[in-house]
Design a protein around this ligand. Sequence first.
Ligand SMILES: Cc1cc2nc3c(=O)[nH]c(=O)nc-3n(C[C@H](O)[C@H](O)[C@H](O)COP(=O)(O)OP(=O)(O)OC[C@H]3O[C@@H](n4cnc5c(N)ncnc54)[C@H](O)[C@@H]3O)c2cc1C
Length: 383
Amino acid sequence: MNGFDVIVIGLGGMGSAAAYHLAARGRRVLGLERFGPAHDRGSSHGDSRITRQAYFEDPAYVPLLLRAHELWDTLARDSGRDVITLTGGIMIGPPASTTVAGSRRSAEQWDLPHEVLGAADIRRRFPTLTPGPDDIALYEDNAGFVRPEETVRAHLDLAGRHGADLRFHEPVRRWKTSSGGVEVVTDKGTYTAGHLVICPGAWAPELLADLGVTFTIERQVLYWFAPAGGVEPFRPGRHPIYVWEDAGGTQLYGFPAIDGPDDGVKVAFFRGGRTCTADTIDRVVADTEVAAMAAHLRGRIPDLPDRFLRASTCMYTNTADEHFVIAPHPAHEHVTVACGFSGHGFKFVPVVGEILADLATEGSTRHPVALFDPGRFGRGAPG
Ligand SMILES: Cc1cc2nc3c(=O)[nH]c(=O)nc-3n(C[C@H](O)[C@H](O)[C@H](O)COP(=O)(O)OP(=O)(O)OC[C@H]3O[C@@H](n4cnc5c(N)ncnc54)[C@H](O)[C@@H]3O)c2cc1C
């Protein structure tokens, strides 16, 4: 026996948070990661992630977001790192669009502070944005951005401070359960523990082949542009975070200028990327992709696509219904899984860490996680 209570596989967004929450509860934690700390080969890099509360995906996420925002503040305080900034955010589109109607539904159901803005209001309040005559928006103050690399570093630092043993550049080759616990094999050794938490990101198809969930890995591109006239009109407070849906259902989203004047302003499309695998994703961004983004921006945020600065690729791990999977593994005792975050998981990172620590140590959680049960896909546990 190596004497660990819990092994965490994958120290990206979710796994680093789980390692911290488990270590903070006094558990002896071993964390195993195939790459280095806060790397850019998975799903938790690229400077910024949107957080918001009037959640168009489903009102069931709202209580988790309320708790996540408490934990974001705690994480900022405990780590001393700049992990979250609330800038206000708007969800724009035709009134019946998923983005607008779904956000209003969550806001109304949970009584979240928000305003509904018409096209003229949007233009007046946010001069960088040029909505169409039929666009409306939900605006909320409790939206902004979190910093993925700083968040992973914050959780890793705090986990280490609480005694977690974190090992990098050590990919897990296989794992299995035995009577009383789990066994995990890497090229450097075999480790045993009472419980295993698997947070594999885009490697879910390899590490969780018998979970009974089909994952589609989607290549996504992030773009940074230098706006005409400089970044000042795009600073937080003047330019919000936004998700902007067009009549065809395409969702564009973006951020204010969060770093130096030469770092530009980030935008991306939500969904619609090519299917790939974690090991074979094409990291080259074609000129035609940049041109398509610039063309989409021109009518909406005309000053933004003045000069293209850079792009980077990232992966979504989608489930069929785009809801997460967070649960005890249905086929293996002593194993908890967190995967299938379907391109919208980062804002939940701290609360997912708390939930995983609950499930690994107590077998249950007070948080509402019924939506994330892998049994919903109907295939049940294999065998
Ligand atoms: C372009 C893009 C934009 C996004 N925008 C937003 C947003 O605005 N708001 C939002 O909330 N969410 C957003 N997301 C989604 C969010 O970032 C992800 O849901 C989240 O980062 C997933 O975290 P994870 O821990 O599951 O994956 P990761 O952070 O990738 O972690 C998985 C880890 O497991 C490791 N691993 C895999 N296999 C092994 C193995 N065999 N042995 C050891 N280690 C292993 C990997 O190396 C990796 O470090 C976005 C994602 C992308 C790609």
